[in-house]
Write a protein of this length. Structure first.
Length: 528
């Protein structure tokens, strides 16, 4: 049986075993994305408002007082928003330290499993939340947010130890694709349970609690493939360290942060990532709020979230193949992405001029558009765009996705109808998973593999802080202009800045610097 090529940290194994290992690693995205989509994004925020609002009623006011009830909901939402920010801040500070500790001790996988077990158990405990238990709800939400964000960084740090250097793009994209379809499936089940809870005879408020319970169980259960098929990477102790793992972790993290500018390309990549993830994060976090501000129905908003999840699955896989110079369908994949990025805004303009179009007609139109796009991509498009595809490495593929992403807030400015909202959601799904997946693989290429936990902890730190300026700009513009449309169009500035900074990253030079650092670390360990 043929053996897969090896790298210093990815030993040679049979091709069958190698693919099984990559696939097992990707199942972790399937496992934890359920928490992100079902609990964090969809069910917990509104459920928390329901159980917490009575505690924030002004003294002497009754729940039937509409003004007082609205004020209590607003107060509860502010407390929730503060908790979200605090949880992300805590995770951002802890992730680099825990990642460095995992590198030094050789416990990346074991710590990931420990964090997963704790996070899954705490997520399931949300089943106990009923009216009045809002403090417990905040505590559980805070802890699960910290766990899931630390776990995401640790799982990403395993990527360069699981996948070969020439397979990082495909493996990272597979992980994102698995995350979108896994999270989408459980969200679809829980959404159906929520909407049909009355017919099923479930008491009011039970459906969200069942969702919290099954998310925790799902998260733990689907971590099993990683447990059994992904090996633990070797330890990389601190050179000249004290032998005390925690103390050495603090020292090495401090040295790395001090010397981060020595990794010029990696540092530039982090700055670019921070910019464009401000835009991506703002769209993810504010899409439903913007739709609600325009008066769109709750069912439309949840439907758009589901649609984006399932569209992102195939497109993330497509994106993973675009930088692969050996793949004969590269031209077709590029043609399909560009077709979607060009034709859907045109369909939106057509619908904008005919606002009476219903959702069935809109979905039929989207389906016809994608079918024609696939036909074009597999026939004429693959040949027409082959020269462009040949020039698209991972960085340029991300830039292509960010250019399409820039259209999203511009389109959002003129958006009017539910049909347009679904078209826009489809286009977001087409680029969301791919750009994030290839960003992760580029960063893995620029990072010394022996320090993957530490460097992906820093990556996570930038990712967490990238959720601050986008919503802040959205809110400030809204306050100044009084228009949510002006708010959403302002988000485009982050994509423009991200594209400009990313274009300045020299990935081959950064990868060589990472390899030299890796060789230096291995030589030092061998000398010891």
């Amino acid at each position: 049986m043929a053996e897969a090529a090896s790298s210093p940290t990815v030993p040679a194994v049979s091709e069958k075993r190698y693919r099984r290992r990559v696939f097992a690693w990707s199942w972790y995205d399937w496992a934890n994305h359920a928490y992100v989509t079902t609990t964090a994004s969809t069910f917990f925020p509104p459920y928390f408002i329901v159980i917490a609002a009575p505690a924030f009623l002004a003294a002497g006011k009754a729940a039937g007082d509409r003004a007082a009830a609205a004020a209590s909901r607003y107060a509860a939402s502010n407390v929730f928003a503060f908790t979200v920010s605090l949880a992300l801040f805590a995770a951002a500070l802890l992730a680099p330290l825990i990642g460095t500790y995992a590198d030094i001790t050789g416990r990346r996988k074991r710590i990931l499993l420990l964090v997963t077990g704790a996070g899954g158990l705490l997520a399931s405990m949300m089943f106990a939340l009923t009216t009045g238990r809002w403090v417990l709800g905040l505590v559980l939400y805070f802890l699960t947010q910290v766990c899931v964000n630390i776990a995401l960084g640790l799982n990403s740090s395993l990527l360069p130890h699981v996948a070969r250097p020439d397979d990082l793009d495909r493996a990272s994209s597979l992980g994102y694709a698995m995350g979108y379809v896994g999270g989408g499936l459980l969200l679809a089940f829980n959404t159906a349970l929520y909407f049909f809870s009355g017919r099923l005879g479930l008491p009011p408020g039970l459906a969200p609690r069942i969702a919290f319970l099954n998310v925790g169980l799902w998260w733990i259960a689907f971590t099993a493939p990683l447990l059994f098929a992904v090996p633990e990477p070797p330890a990389t102790p601190l050179e000249g360290g004290s032998g005390h793992a925690l103390r050495d972790s603090v020292v090495r993290l401090r040295l790395t942060l001090r010397d981060l500018r020595r990794y010029r390309e990696l540092f530039t990549m982090l700055v670019a990532y921070w910019f464009y993830m401000e835009g991506v994060g703002a769209i993810i976090l504010l899409a439903t709020a913007y739709g609600a501000a325009l008066g769109l129905d709750t069912g439309v908003l949840i439907g758009m979230l589901l649609l984006t999840q399932f569209v992102a699955f195939p497109y993330a896989l497509i994106y993973g193949r675009i930088p692969d110079a050996s793949h004969r369908w590269r031209g077709a994949y590029v043609a399909m992405v560009l077709w979607t990025g060009v034709t859907l805004p045109l369909l939106g303009w057509y619908n904008h001029a005919r606002p009476g179009m219903g959702l069935p007609c809109a979905f039929a139109l989207i389906g016809a558009d994608q079918a024609l796009g696939a036909l074009f991509a597999m026939t004429l498009g693959r040949h027409l765009l082959a020269p462009l595809a040949a020039k698209l490495d991972a960085k340029r593929a991300v830039i292509m996705g960010l250019i399409i992403y820039t259209v999203v807030p511009l389109w959002g400015y003129v958006l009017r109808t539910p049909a347009e909202f679904f078209m826009l959601g489809w286009m977001v799904g087409a680029v969301q998973g791919g750009t994030q997946a290839l960003s992760r693989s580029i960063y893995a290429d620029l990072s010394p593999r022996a320090k993957s936990g530490e460097f992906f902890g820093i990556y996570g730190l930038f990712e967490k802080f990238s959720g601050i300026l986008g919503p802040l700009l959205y809110g400030l513009v809204g306050e100044l202009t009084g228009s949510p449309r002006d708010s959403v169009v302002s988000i485009a500035v982050f994509f423009v800045a991200g594209i400009w900074v990313l274009s300045r990253v020299d990935v081959p030079r950064g990868a060589r610097a990472a390899q030299e650092e890796e060789a230096r670390i291995e030589a030092a360990l061998a000398a010891d």
